[in-house]
Design a protein around this ligand. Sequence first.
Ligand SMILES: [Zn+2]
Length: 119
Amino acid sequence: MALDIVIEILLDREIAKNRIMGRRLCVNDNNHPNNIYIDAIKPDGDTCRVCGGDLKTRDDDQDGGAINKRHAIYYDATEGTLASAYYFKDLAGKGIKYITLDGAPSVKEVTDELISKLT
Ligand SMILES: [Zn+2]
């Protein structure tokens, strides 16, 4: 696969788990993002911050064991997702630009950092 740019967003495993477990789905519209752990999209109490509709959770978002298994695959730097990212990281400067971002700040801050590193 020929790639020009690889973007790695670094995020502490516990923060990533909280963001998954904090997702809330609006019963009126799946495009209304709500997350109890992200200030920018925090629900209005128990209701959707966009339309006021009821919120629900996805069963797999609330399964800490399943999330840990998925993260174990992702964070495995030998055979997992990170291993493939690091394959490209080793090629940085040889036709591939490898960008590393801190994923902990807000979406806007991460987006701004990405744009600054792309230009
Ligand atoms: Zn809604």
